[in-house]
Design a protein around this ligand. Structure first.
Ligand SMILES: Cc1cc2nc3c(=O)[nH]c(=O)nc-3n(C[C@H](O)[C@H](O)[C@H](O)COP(=O)(O)OP(=O)(O)OC[C@H]3O[C@@H](n4cnc5c(N)ncnc54)[C@H](O)[C@@H]3O)c2cc1C
Length: 425
């Protein structure tokens, strides 16, 4: 018999089972909203399938990527989030989906694989870092899509400081202290900004001269942060300049050798530490589930976030290719959309359980903020109000607080806000 996170038993065979695959922003929000929306008489059983016992809050990764080490900050423990809610958690993976049988297969294929039936299935398995087939890139670069990635970047920085401090020759030391980030989208910007702001302090603490550090940002397109309006991009470029980050725009990485990035125009950048933030792709396992996918591998959904012709399967978050009817563009992979889709999906599933029709989803972008270092940001809100510097970073961090409040109420929001504030002391 399965147990809820709070230990309550779920009676097999009673209730219509909603399986949520993936406990990231979308899956966790959905499980919380569904559980909180249940009324006496609703016969829904909520089963969250997620391989990790905690949600990795990816948008908070920049806070832990450069150190000092506090990797657990952006981990949100599911047992804590669901402790008083009727959500059953299964720390496993969805291996395959059998839509005709209304079942999913959990765990590794073969012996031990478990088939579980559903009344509604919600696919929220997210995305992974995308690394293009540039020679040497995958072998030498760290990506930024998990706490493990952030810890690996920290480890490499630490190791590099140790290698540099034993070198007597200044030129060699400078070569050893060259840090390269590839990709000037939001993720790359957050990492390079944090490197630019934090590394001098860390180098000094190590006994190194910050003058010997260099931080490079390589971008194939002619500008940074294409999603932001031009005046904000200009301000971010000035901020990078202030932090001493060297920008290489219109520069394509041709190959990577041990410790060196070779650009297509013939330039070479010493890169003993290289972080690749060049993009993401939808969970690659999903295309094997026999459901329609767009050319990028995201699952096609209709206006209600349902898979076409599969009334019992929803897909939300990064895995779903939701076409915004107002712009006719697919929604970008952003936590804010994952959360809104999840909230809407909860309302729709509860409506269906009570015999009503699901409503179309109407996405609305409330704003967008990027951090460029832990204490500076840039972005917009309220359909065009631009903010930079401290007000923008406060807005960005407030989006974290809002999320903690959505999934954990005031106690979680208060606890995490205090932890976050301690990090800036
Ligand atoms: C460094 C970084 C910074 C970002 N900053 C921002 C930001 O500031 N603002 C913003 O809006 N967005 C930001 N994003 C994007 C945002 O994090 C994603 O859009 C968001 O995580 C999508 O949520 P999701 O629930 O779809 O996927 P995820 O949060 O990625 O969750 C997917 C979950 O599915 C699980 N899973 C995968 N496969 C299976 C399987 N087969 N079975 C069961 N479970 C499975 C995974 O373990 C994971 O927990 C950032 C992303 C990164 C990497």
């Amino acid at each position: 018999m399965q147990q809820t996170a709070s230990g309550r038993a779920l009676t097999p065979g009673v209730g219509r089972r909603v399986i949520i695959a993936g406990g990231g922003y979308a899956g966790t929000t959905l499980a919380v909203k569904l559980a909180k929306g249940l009324k006496p008489g609703d016969d829904l059983e909520i089963l969250l399938v997620e391989p990790n016992p905690c949600q990795q809050a990816l948008s908070e990764l920049d806070l832990v990527a450069v150190g000092p080490p506090r990797p657990d900050f952006c981990e949100l423990w599911h047992p804590t989030v669901f402790k008083d809610l009727p959500v059953s958690i299964c720390y496993n993976r969805i291996d395959s989906v059998r839509p005709d049988d209304k079942t999913v297969v959990l765990g590794p294929r073969g012996e031990g694989a478990e088939e579980v039936g559903y009344w509604r299935l919600v696919l929220a398995t997210g995305a992974i870092a995308f690394v293009p087939p540039v020679p040497g890139l995958a072998e030498h670069a760290v990506t930024m899509w998990s706490v493990a990635d952030a810890q690996e970047l920290q480890r490499r920085i630490e190791e590099q400081f140790r290698s540099a401090i034993v070198l007597a020759d200044r030129a060699e030391r400078r070569r050893a202290l060259s840090f390269v980030v590839v990709g000037a989208g939001a993720t790359g910007m957050e990492i390079v900004g944090t490197l630019g702001q934090m590394l001098p302090k860390r180098a000094r603490a190590f006994g190194l001269d910050p003058e010997d550090l260099s931080v490079h940002l390589v971008e194939g397109r002619p500008d940074i942060l294409y999603d932001l309006p031009a005046p904000l991009r200009e301000k971010v470029r000035r901020r990078l300049d202030k932090l001493g980050v060297v920008l290489h725009l219109g520069a394509m990485v041709e190959r990577v050798d041990d410790g060196v990035v070779h650009l297509a125009d013939g330039r070479e950048l010493p890169a003993p530490v290289l972080c690749f933030c060049g993009g993401a792709k939808a969970d690659p396992d999903a295309v094997a589930w026999g459901l329609p996918a767009d050319p990028s591998g995201r699952l096609v959904v209709d206006g209600r976030n349902k898979i076409p012709d599969r009334e019992d399967i929803y897909a939300i978050g990064d895995i779903a290719a939701f076409r915004d009817p107002s712009s006719n563009r697919t929604l970008p992979m952003l936590a804010q959309f994952a959360i809104h889709q999840a909230e809407h999906c909860a309302v729709n599933i509860l409506a269906e359980a009570r015999g009503r029709e699901p409503e179309p989803f109407e996405p609305d972008m409330h704003g967008e903020f990027v951090s460029v270092g832990p204490t500076w940001g840039a972005g917009w809100m309220l359909k065009g109000m631009h903010l930079t510097g401290i007000p923008a970073i406060i807005m960005k961090r407030l989006t974290y607080v809002l999320y903690w409040w959505i999934v954990g109420g005031v106690p979680l929001a208060w606890k995490r806000t205090r932890e976050m504030l301690k990090m800036f002391r």
